[in-house]
Write a protein that binds this ligand. Structure first.
Ligand SMILES: CC(C)(COP(=O)(O)OP(=O)(O)OC[C@H]1O[C@@H](n2cnc3c(N)ncnc32)[C@H](O)[C@@H]1OP(=O)(O)O)[C@@H](O)C(=O)NCCC(=O)NCCS
Length: 151
């Protein structure tokens, strides 16, 4: 493991749009339009159920984590979903991802969330390298089902 790096995790602002766009490109979403992204970011920042967190190393934005918190009847309480998590390639493996997840966990505890969940792809490095189990997550036997209006 490389040396850990000192990270500050904070709420995002609209002025972070360019950095967030770059992070989403790193996550594999290179086709996103800046204008469309700006509208969605603006909506998320006004929405109490959504969290948009950034990790800074000195003055550089190097990580993004987004969450949704909602009530679930089947839990009779709140569930948090981690929607997006990405760290810039040149600082991966130095504790930034863990720091972002720790912030999500702290927020979950603060809000009295009963469960935090996320979906990942089994072909991604993050899955193969066991990042989530190392951070206390347990794999569920769920399947992701998708439907698109165009089909
Ligand atoms: C997954 C990710 C967010 C983790 O952030 P990070 O800052 O690299 O992780 P940390 O340094 O806090 O944690 C270290 C662990 O992350 C994993 N890791 C380290 N370097 C990595 C790399 N280059 N790529 C993927 N995972 C890595 C390993 O499990 C590592 O543990 P190990 O050193 O015992 O092998 C980051 O690697 C990333 O952005 N990957 C690409 C996007 C992605 O897959 N996002 C998750 C989608 S569900």
């Amino acid at each position: 493991m490389s040396d850990q790096i000192s990270t500050r995790v904070r709420h995002a602002a609209l002025s972070d749009l360019a950095a967030i766009h770059g992070l989403l490109v790193d996550l594999g979403y290179a086709h996103l339009s800046r204008d469309a992204l700006a509208d969605v970011l603006d909506a998320l920042l006004r929405d109490d159920t959504r969290g948009v967190w950034l990790a800074d190393v000195e003055t550089e934005v190097v990580g993004l984590l987004t969450t949704t918190v909602r009530s679930q009847l089947r839990l009779a309480g709140l569930e948090m979903t981690v929607e997006e998590l990405v760290v810039r390639e040149h600082v991966r493996g130095r504790g930034v991802g863990r720091a972002l997840l720790d912030r999500a966990k702290a927020e979950a505890r603060r809000l009295g969330v009963l469960r935090v969940q996320l979906t990942t792809n089994r072909t991604r490095d993050v899955y193969v390298r066991g990042f989530y189990p190392k951070n206390g997550f347990v794999e569920a036997p769920s399947a992701v089902m998708r439907w698109s209006p165009e089909t």
